[in-house]
Design a protein around this ligand. Structure first.
Ligand code: C2O
Ligand code: CU
Ligand code: CU
Length: 570
């Protein structure tokens, strides 16, 4: 890894009191990581019976890119080569650390040889793709440096924008932050028949925030609260570039937007008040376009937007902004963020994301289809458990972020985490009341305070034990709970789901009013933003594949802290 990254990891380990691992050198913490992620399994090999339509060699490696004026920035990067498949399967984003855009067609059989050229474990996950458990990039498959994992899957997804990114336990946030991420654009016939803008009129927009030091090198987590709140940069990059400007013709475009940030939540809106015309979400097209004053986009979520610049004068500009909102971060933290992160870009403030400049006048433009796609909608009657939703309980403590009351541990399944293959389940995301009923005695290493949080794997896990929650979850009542309460983008691997309802209680209504019109809940989703006080019901099918599938917070610092669990489909 680039030496600065190595150094910052060492620094981080020292600050978190786990310096001994760093001092013992890489192999020790590699071992620790492997233990935390589960047993060390050997990487999958190509199977002779699988006849791929598309074959790709993908590597994760160290690289450097010029991002800001001055010295280049050391990054981690996915690089790919097409071995077999249609021309146009891979598109590099110019001047970007992001991996190439991978275009796939529903029904294609895909083989990806993924080689770890980093100096630390990694594994790739295809966020949003419905693939077998072995192909899903579960942390237990994290590979040592130099190893190759062969993925083979058929594209079962409908047309949609998905993400590939690392998933090694406790390293995901850092690896994504340093550059490992890319888009997967799936097309299908239903979408093609609509005649939506394609080619140069269909633009991927990956939104990320980063922080640079005086030498243009990336800066990552240095303080405990940057893990607790998730890491926020002070500079917006679009497709890996600062001050992003899109030169367009005066016609309709399709913007394929992805929130690739570790923790930052955007409230997307055009600066002149033009509403957003939404075509689709995480899992593809909606039934009909939806017009929204603004849209909330949390880490891991995607948005398909119809942007019509026809009738706009050549030379005119439009800016996509993140509009002001509140309530996503704990009251206490809002102050800390300002003071301690030296942030020029406080989360929830009003700031520009990218500029669109109309540089060419044209007279033809496609028109917006009235109907987009067919979505068969689940009802409670389709679910195996209409009266007993599978819980997804969020709880926050001063030193922990948990989902279903336990930090991540491999194969530590609770009864409700075992799901019958082929069933359709009702699930419910809600905020636990930190304390009551929690922590049957886990004494919690985090009690000591200090910056020891966030490293549950390795050593932390050993100290806490796998069971019993964490002691410090007890003892603070509702007041503290509210003060700590924050928004979490909850992501479920495997098939997409449908959102049935959102109800809110116990939240500051002013806060909620600043976000409530920005949710697009009518399509297929794989990540949903749960605001403080919200209770979200969703229906998800668990079809086709048995095995372990992760669910977790897509605030990547939270994920790395252990706000992750797994379902076993059996
Ligand atoms: Cu995009 Cu399990 O993550
Ligand atoms: Cu995923
Ligand atoms: Cu979270």
């Amino acid at each position: 890894m680039p030496s600065s990254i190595h150094l910052s990891r060492r620094r981080f380990l020292r600050q978190t009191g786990l310096g001994m691992f760093a001092l013992a050198g890489v192999p020790a913490w590699v071992r620790a990581m492997t233990m935390a992620g589960g047993p060390k399994l050997s990487p999958n090999k190509a199977s002779p019976a699988f006849a791929p339509d598309v074959e790709i060699e993908l590597a994760a490696r160290q690289s450097s890119v010029s991002i800001l004026p001055g010295p280049p920035t050391r990054v981690l990067q996915y690089a790919a080569r097409l071995v077999k498949g249609p021309e146009g399967t891979l598109t590099n984003l110019p001047g970007s650390y992001l991996g190439p855009l991978i275009r796939l067609q529903k029904g294609q059989k895909v083989r990806i040889h993924f080689r770890n050229e980093l100096a630390e474990p990694t594994i790739a996950h295809w966020h949003g793709m419905h693939v077998p458990a072995l192909m899903d990039g579960h942390p237990m498959y994290a590979m040592d440096p130099g190893e190759t994992f062969v993925y083979e899957f058929e594209v079962l997804n409908r047309a949609s924008l998905n993400i590939y990114h690392p998933h090694p336990h406790e390293l995901t946030g850092r690896q994504v932050y340093y550059g490992l991420a890319g888009g997967i654009l799936v097309n299908d016939d239903e979408e093609a028949a609509l005649g939506l803008p394609v080619g140069e009129y269909e633009i991927p927009i990956v939104l990320q925030d980063r922080r640079f030091d005086a030498d243009n090198q990336l800066v990552y987590v240095r303080h405990m609260h940057e893990k607790m709140m998730g890491f926020h940069g002070d500079r917006i990059l679009v497709n890996g570039r600062p001050d992003f400007t899109l030169e367009v013709a005066s016609r309709a475009y399709r913007l394929r937007i992805m929130n690739g940030s570790n923790a930052r939540i955007y409230k997307l809106g055009w600066d002149d008040g033009t509403p957003l015309t939404v075509l689709g979400t995480d899992g593809g097209l909606l039934e009909t376009p939806e017009v929204k004053p603004y849209v909330m986009l949390a880490p891991g979520e995607r948005l398909d937007v119809w942007a019509d610049f026809s009738g706009r004068a050549v030379g005119s500009q439009l800016v996509m902004r993140s509009l002001p909102f509140s309530g996503a971060l704990p009251v206490m933290a809002r102050r800390m963020m300002g003071e301690m992160m030296h942030s020029a870009l406080p989360p929830g403030s009003d700031y520009p994301l990218f500029t669109v400049r109309v540089s060419r006048g044209v007279s033809e433009s496609p028109s917006l289809p009235r109907r987009l796609a067919k979505i068969s909608r689940y009802t409670l009657a389709d679910t195996a458990n209409p009266d007993k939703p599978v819980p997804l309980e969020i709880s926050e403590g001063p030193m922990s972020m948990l989902i279903n009351r336990r930090p991540y541990a491999h194969d530590d399944l609770q009864p409700f985490e075992r799901i019958p293959l082929g069933s359709v389940q009702l699930l419910e995301i809600f905020h636990g009341h930190g304390g009551s009923g929690h922590g049957d005695g886990g004494e919690g290493m985090a009690h000591g305070g200090g910056p020891g949080m966030g490293m549950h794997g390795g050593m932390g896990m050993g100290m806490m034990g796998h069971r019993g929650g964490m002691g410090m979850m007890g003892g603070h009542g509702g007041g503290m709970g509210m003060m700590m309460s924050m928004a979490h983008p909850i992501h479920l691997h495997g098939q997409s789901f449908q959102i049935v309802s959102r109800t809110v209680s116990n939240a500051t209504m002013d806060d909620y009013a600043s976000v409530r019109d920005g949710f697009v809940d009518s399509g297929w989703k794989d990540t949903v933003l749960a605001m403080p006080g919200e209770r979200i019901r969703l229906i998800k099918p668990f079809q086709d594949f048995k095995g372990l599938f992760m669910y977790h917070c897509h605030n990547l610092e939270h994920e790395d802290m252990g706000m992750m669990r797994e379902f076993s489909i059996e």
